[in-house]
Design a protein around this ligand. Structure first.
Ligand SMILES: [Zn+2]
Length: 269
């Protein structure tokens, strides 16, 4: 009985300490929420992955909210810029994989609301059915509203499986070259497929990139210039999320992060 009590107290203390650490990070000044979308389409690009396609009306509601709340939207590559004191709330919108609906569905809405987004393109999918074409990438880039960055060449997770060092160098270097060729702009950010990463991969990435998105989890916020741009975490937005959810995440970051952090610690994730 006594042992059980001790275990429970130790567990509670552990949870409190973890929560305090999260709180400390969250309340540090000038946090920027970093969101990860994939596709915007009422008809999912893949019926087995419906969650990855946000409804078009939901996406518009979310952009309207960002716009009306006066949030400043940034490219991932601008995250290292120091944030102004008492500036507007900062939000980073990203899209992974480079689905064609990023151009046909999302881009018109980004233009309508004047909102910036970063697309992490699977370089090997440029000009392939269902994905962005070189011309679309170029047009979006030239609009000044979309920054197209790298999501490797093949999209295979790199920190496990049988990828060699040379494979990783190719995935990072060649994807940068291919996306730059399509967009006509410099590529300095990388999103790791499945968030899979290790120290060796980050070392290689350092040769090509100044910003790397790793895990997609509840810690999808950044303390601007004080954060490590080589380990950016993002919060995924899926079909189940309404504008209310996005507003809650954006305006009540502390509570949201606390809740998700506790859920994770307690294995309820
Ligand atoms: Zn991906």
């Amino acid at each position: 009985m006594k042992t059980l009590k001790r275990v429970i107290i130790a567990l509670l203390l552990f949870i409190l300490a973890a929560a305090a650490a999260e709180f400390h990070a969250v309340f540090a000044s000038g946090l920027t929420m970093v969101y990860m979308y994939h596709s915007v389409s009422d008809v999912p690009f893949n019926p087995d992955a419906e969650e990855f396609s946000v409804l078009e009306s939901d996406f518009e509601d979310q952009l309207r909210y960002f716009s009306e709340s006066g949030a400043e939207t940034l490219f991932v590559t601008d995250l290292t810029q120091p944030e102004p004191e008492d500036g507007p709330r900062r939000v980073v919108i990203t899209f992974d994989d480079g689905y064609e609906d990023n151009y046909t569905k999302a881009f018109p809405l980004l233009k309508k609301y004047g909102i910036k987004a970063t697309v992490f393109m699977i370089a090997g999918k440029i000009d392939r059915p269902g994905y962005l074409t070189s011309a679309q990438i170029r047009e979006m880039t030239e609009s000044g509203l979309v920054s197209v960055q790298s999501h490797t060449v093949s999209h295979e997770p790199m920190a496990w499986g049988d990828k060699t060092y040379e494979d990783a160098v190719y995935e990072m270097g060649e994807s940068k070259r291919l996306v730059e060729e399509a967009s006509g702009a410099e590529v300095t950010a990388l999103a790791m497929p499945n968030g899979s990463v290790d120290a060796t991969l980050l070392n290689i990435a350092d040769d090509y990139y100044t910003a790397v998105c790793t895990d997609a989890d509840y810690r999808g916020f950044l303390n601007g210039s004080a954060s490590n741009p080589m380990d950016i975490h993002r919060v995924g937005i899926y079909r189940r999320h309404s504008v209310r959810d996005v507003r809650r995440m954006t305006e009540h970051r502390a509570l949201y992060v606390m809740k998700r952090g506790l859920e994770k610690l307690l294995g309820l994730d």
